[in-house]
Design a protein around this ligand. Structure first.
Ligand code: SAM
Length: 191
């Protein structure tokens, strides 16, 4: 008997882990590089494939590139000049993270069925048009908090926990220790 994971044509393999990209809009280069860097680091560490950034910030993209050189994986930060056409033309589900949306635990199963997902996170002010362009407006609780927390929790719900400790191509990796810091590999210089 064919099962959901057998790959037969009558019962095609059900994708349970979409490919997830993050779009951060409203970034203020030079004003909040740390916050946007943390959105990118969190997205990368919890399994997103890439982050798109509006407006583009080549310095931040280069910083993330250096992280990937040491810690592996293929995560990139790509600048987006015009976020509206980018969102409108996205080939997949557009999921806007907002405290006004529907609870992630109600939407996660439906979102996981999509092959490609774009998680959109805002900055200090979110343009109202985004609420209409998004296929899903999703909340992580209906209280204001942070784009970093929202991205982390939604990635966990969609992808099911952090990927393996070491990413492909890493020159260093952490050996989990109850005390102290243990980093091994040819590029090991500490965190
Ligand atoms: N007052 C802003 C607004 O118009 O939504 C809040 C901006 S908040 C500082 C920055 C971003 O964090 C939001 O655009 C959203 O992506 C994310 N965020 C904050 N709280 C959230 C929540 N409870 N659920 C989902 N995302 C949230």
């Amino acid at each position: 008997m064919a099962t959901a994971s057998s790959g037969s044509s009558r019962h095609p393999r059900r994708r349970t882990r979409p490919e997830v990209s993050v779009l951060r809009i409203g970034h203020r280069a030079g004003r909040d590089p740390r916050l946007t860097t943390h959105v990118a680091l969190t997205a990368r560490a919890l399994g997103a494939s890439r982050m798109y950034l509006h407006p583009p910030d080549p310095e931040l993209a280069a910083r993330l590139g250096r992280v990937a050189e040491r810690w592996g994986g293929s995560f990139t930060v790509n600048g987006v000049e015009q976020w509206r056409p980018f969102v409108r033309d996205w080939d997949g589900a557009v999921v806007h993270l907002t405290m006004y949306g529907i609870p992630i635990d109600r939407a996660a199963a439906r979102i996981r069925r999509h092959r490609r997902v774009l998680l959109v996170v805002g900055g200090a002010k979110v343009p109202p048009q985004l609420y209409r362009l998004a296929q899903y407006n999703v909340a992580v609780g209906n209280q204001p908090h942070s784009e970093v927390a929202a991205v982390a929790i939604v990635l966990d719900r969609l992808l099911g926990g952090p990927p393996p400790r070491s990413f492909r191509g890493a020159t260093q990796r952490i050996v989990p220790s109850a005390r102290g810091k243990k980093v091994v590999g040819p590029g090991a210089t500490g965190a």
